[in-house]
Design a protein around this ligand. Structure first.
Ligand code: BTN
Length: 145
């Protein structure tokens, strides 16, 4: 009986210590993705709304690449457990396109934060018959710089 109680006590202490030490994943700061694009999330308010800049390493256009503004929102529900989902829009300064990203901020096994995202890139086309070819999709992984 005493043994069982001691075991439970140790288990509770271990679980408590783990949940206390579980690191949170924060979105603010500088990130680089697998394409070499850089993103800075500068501000986040109490509602989880954030703003920043995106410097893409690649473009579907031949235009000169410029740093572009982004605006997003982090999920603030009670079950995010420090690894929140989020979404943001990039309004490209140098092309007619718009991109949206959705993702989740994770704490990897190595303790390093990582953002796994999926994106849609909408190009402007001149007429509805071209609508079918106007949207690209893909995935990017970001690590903190
Ligand atoms: C454009 O080509 O019209 C604007 C730049 C698009 C860059 C895309 S968005 C998805 C993917 N991830 C990046 O970091 N860059 C490309």
């Amino acid at each position: 009986m005493v043994k069982a109680a001691s075991f439970l006590l140790v288990l509770f202490l271990a679980l408590g210590a783990h949940s206390l030490s579980a690191k949170k994943c924060y979105l603010t700061g500088r990130w680089v993705n697998d394409l070499g694009s850089n993103m800075t999330i500068e501000t986040m308010n109490a509602n989880g709304d954030f703003a920043g800049t995106y410097h893409t390493a690649v473009s579907a256009t031949s235009n000169e690449i410029k740093v572009s503004p982004l605006q997003g929102s982090r999920q603030r529900g009670p079950n995010q457990k420090g690894q929140p989902t989020f979404g943001f829009t990039v309004n490209w300064s140098f092309s007619d396109s718009t991109a949206v990203f959705v993702g989740q901020c994770f704490n990897g096994e190595d303790g390093k934060e990582v953002l796994h995202t999926s994106w849609l890139l909408r190009e402007k086309v001149d007429s509805q018959p071209d609508d079918w070819k106007a949207t690209r999709t893909g995935r990017n992984t970001f690590t903190r710089i």
